[in-house]
Design a protein around this ligand. Sequence first.
Ligand code: NAD
Length: 300
Amino acid sequence: MTAQIIDGKAFAAEVRGKVATHVARLRDEHGLTPGLAVVLVGEDPASQVYVRNKGKQTAEVGMNSIEHKLSAKTSQADLLALIDSLNADPGVHGILVQLPLPGHLDEDLVINAIAPEKDVDGFHILNVGRLGTGQKSMVPCTPLGCLMMLRAHHGSLSGLDAVVIGRSNIVGKPMAQLLLGDSCTVTIAHSRTKDLPQIVRRADIVIAAVGRTEMVPGDWIKPGATVIDVGINRIDAPEKGEGKTRLVGDCHFDSCAETAGAITPVPGGVGPMTIACLLANTLTACCRANSLPEPEGLTA
Ligand code: NAD
C-alpha cells in the first residue's frame, strides 16, 4: 500500500484563507482587527526567523502584527511589565512570548502572567487545566494543527486507537487530550515505554513527537494507519553538496508510507500548520473578547 500524503502546506494555506475571510468580515461588519503581539527576548537566530515568519503571515491575513524585540539582558520585572501592558491593551487579542527565554528569566512565571484569554500558545496553566477537563480553552498550535488534519482526513475520530509518542507539555500531552476529546482510545508513549513497536503496531493513528531522526520504521505501522510526524530533525545531506543539511521527521518516511494509509511529510506536513493555527487562535481570541461567534472549523 502506498500512503496518501497529507499536504500540510496546502492545508495551512486553506486555514489561512479561512482566517483571512473571517478577519475581513470582522473588519467590515464590526470595525474590528485582531492583533497579535509577539515578544522576543534576545537574539537567538532560529527564534528571530520564527518571529519574522509569524509577523509576515499575521499581516498577510489582515491582522495587526505587533512585535516587541527586547535585549537578552531584559529583567524579569521589565518583561512582566510589558506583558501587563499588553494584557490591558484592547487592540491586542493574542500574546505570544517566543521560547526559549534567556536563562535568568522564569518561563513558567512569564507564561502564567499572560491573560489566559490572550494566551494564543495555550501554555498558560489555566488553559492547560481547561483543556484537560474538556472546557473551552486556548489550544496549543501544533497539536491543534494535527487535530485539524486528522479530522479532515477521517471525519470522525471516535473509537480510533491513537498512540502519541512523546509526552512534552507543548505537543505530546495536549495532543493526547485533544484526541481523548474526540473520543479516541489514547496511549501516551515516551522514553521509558516498554515494547514501543508493539504499542505503535496496534494504532489507527500514530503521532510521533520525539525529536529523534527517523526512529519509527515502517514495520511498526499497522496497515492503513494514519501517521502524523511532528518531529523536525536536521541531518547532514552530503548528496546536496558539502556542508548541506536537510530536515527529516521522527518517522522513516519511505518505509512508513509503504504501510500507512496516510502520512504527513517533513518538511511540509505539521510544520506549516503551526503558524496557521496561531493565526486561527488569535482570531478565536478576538471573537471571544467581543462576544462574537467563533470561526467554524478553526478551534478544537
Ligand atoms: P521534547 O524534547 O520536549 O519531548 C520529547 C519527548 O519524546 C519526551 O516526552 C520523551 O519522553 C520522548 N522520547 C524521547 N526519546 C524517546 C524514545 N526513544 N522513545 C519514545 N519516546 C521518546 O520535544 P517536543 O518539544 O515535544 O518536540 C518533539 C519534536 O517535535 C521535535 O523534533 C521538535 O522539533 C518537533 N516540533 C515540531 C513542531 C512543528 O511545528 N512541527 C512544533 C513543536 C515541536
